[in-house]
Design a binder for this molecule. Sequence first.
Ligand code: FES
Ligand code: FES
Length: 161
Amino acid sequence: MSGARIRFRLNGEEVALEVHPLRRLLDCVRDDLGRTGTKEGCGEGECGACTVLVDGVAVNSCIAPVGQVVGCDVTTIEGTGHGAIQEAFVVEGGAQCGICTPGLILMTRAWLEECERRGEEPSEARARKALAGNLCRCTGYGKVLASALAAHANSRSGRNP
Ligand code: FES
Ligand code: FES
């Protein structure tokens, strides 16, 4: 594979890689850039474990070629802006083994930001729909949904480090 100079921002920091544009974003983030908080589950775009934000949009990084994020802002679990969501997952028991958790937190962030843009009130039904693509073998989803709604309450009270 021939390489190319790929530049984007990772958690607010400019990064540059000499890699093939079709290399998976997941591999670039984890292996090339050492941000191992992003997890791999299925590797086929089905489970959501590898979710990152690209310009604020939730993306399965296992099926996203890095060439698609040139010039974009990529946010992983190591980034800032989702501290209140992380706290909610800890307090509400939305994380157990943790493999799905970074993806769920970033998907929750994308969902809450979309609710705000649309002027929609977050509800359990909406959370269930928004998080349906993020699979979890441990929690049974009840605590995940409670975490997502608690995150909304946290951000409303101004707690969003
Ligand atoms: S590891 Fe990417 S969707 Fe499952
Ligand atoms: S906490 Fe284990 S898969 Fe979700």
